[in-house]
Design a protein around this ligand. Sequence first.
Ligand code: URA
Length: 209
Amino acid sequence: MGNVFVLDHPLIQHKLTYIRNKETGTKEFRELVDEVAMLMAFEITRNLPLQDKTIHTPVVEAQAKVLSGKKIGLIPILRAGLGMVDGVLKLIPAAKVGHVGLYRDPETFQPVEYYIKLPSDINERELIVIDPMLATGGSANDAIHSLKKRGAENIRLMCLIAAPEGVEMIKEEHPDVDIYLGALDEKLDEKGYIVPGLGDAGDRLFGTK
Ligand code: URA
């Protein structure tokens, strides 16, 4: 069963408060999201497997540890997911980055994938899907289905803020996916915004309205 982890490190909570504040401007918002993404990546990668490696320090031969196992792939969901990619890459610079763009057809309500470009070996990678605002969970759910259809097996989901509705949807549809959150908020409002949330993450990141 997938687990839900709220990464409530004091630094993440502190920075999230400024991210949520409507007085925070685009430049500072972007910088703070980048910093929180980096802090979250530190926690999300806590259980990556290690293997021994023999090295020579300037003093002696020593047994040290290096990462083993699967390589990492980051899959931001367009567009707000882009705001968290650089922060994660600061800690995992060798990760490959795929992109997924989706919208829901207003008539059929079916997900329409308008863009997808993935590393060719996603089935061999530990994937981190990045969706800053897990609201209804629709986009993340569709993106994860889309990745699984293409062979992905190991998927984690990383979100800045989630609503309980989104978490429930992912837990139900993808019980194999661990979910990592900066915060779990109260609810969705009638317009689909997370409450208290931070508003529209894409608009706040890119200065659009
Ligand atoms: N997407 C956002 O950017 N914000 C929300 O509150 C919900 C979905």
